[in-house]
Ligand binder design. Sequence first.
Ligand SMILES: CC(C)(COP(=O)(O)OP(=O)(O)OC[C@H]1O[C@@H](n2cnc3c(N)ncnc32)[C@H](O)[C@@H]1OP(=O)(O)O)[C@@H](O)C(=O)NCCC(=O)NCCS
Length: 161
Amino acid sequence: MSATEIRSLEPDDAPACDAIVAGLPYHFGQEQGRRDCAAAARRDPGLVAVEGREVTGFLTYVHRFDEAAEITWMAVRADRRRRGIGHALIGRLADELVAAGRRTLVVLTVSPSDPGPEPDDGYRSTRAFYRSVGFVLARDLPREWDGGDTAVLLVRTLGAR
Ligand SMILES: CC(C)(COP(=O)(O)OP(=O)(O)OC[C@H]1O[C@@H](n2cnc3c(N)ncnc32)[C@H](O)[C@@H]1OP(=O)(O)O)[C@@H](O)C(=O)NCCC(=O)NCCS
């Protein structure tokens, strides 16, 4: 198996990102979400993990105000999860954002207070992942997603003052 490298997301990577999303039907079960993610992969800055020529993970982000950034979409190919690719993507993003003078990274995911049923490998593992890379749960945003799950805001400080 080739070593994993992290590089910037390029427009040609978008179909591979779509395929990763299609392989995670629990996490990307809503058609609008898949469409929004596909649009972000074609429009926004991001990073991809590659093994040889294969894209095995990606994230997209947006800048928020002058000193923050938000991860908007992130996924690792189903057969490559829990092998450190997510850590590598977040590590590179944090380095790039610190170098660009940004001090806070945020992300939204489904809250532990969401009343819906949740399998162990659902958003519980997503939250465990974000906590493992330094995020803390900050607050619920119950009206963030129209008629859907309760969102939770997670926050990570970048670098040190
Ligand atoms: C969340 C995701 C991006 C993480 O990427 P990854 O490459 O699997 O994560 P890594 O291998 O770098 O890190 C895994 C770590 O996260 C934590 N973690 C992940 N799943 C966990 C679980 N079910 N229980 C406890 N901890 C878990 C652990 O600390 C784990 O480290 P370990 O395997 O040594 O115990 C990926 O699993 C994924 O695509 N999930 C589905 C889509 C998704 O949730 N996207 C996020 C935005 S909605």
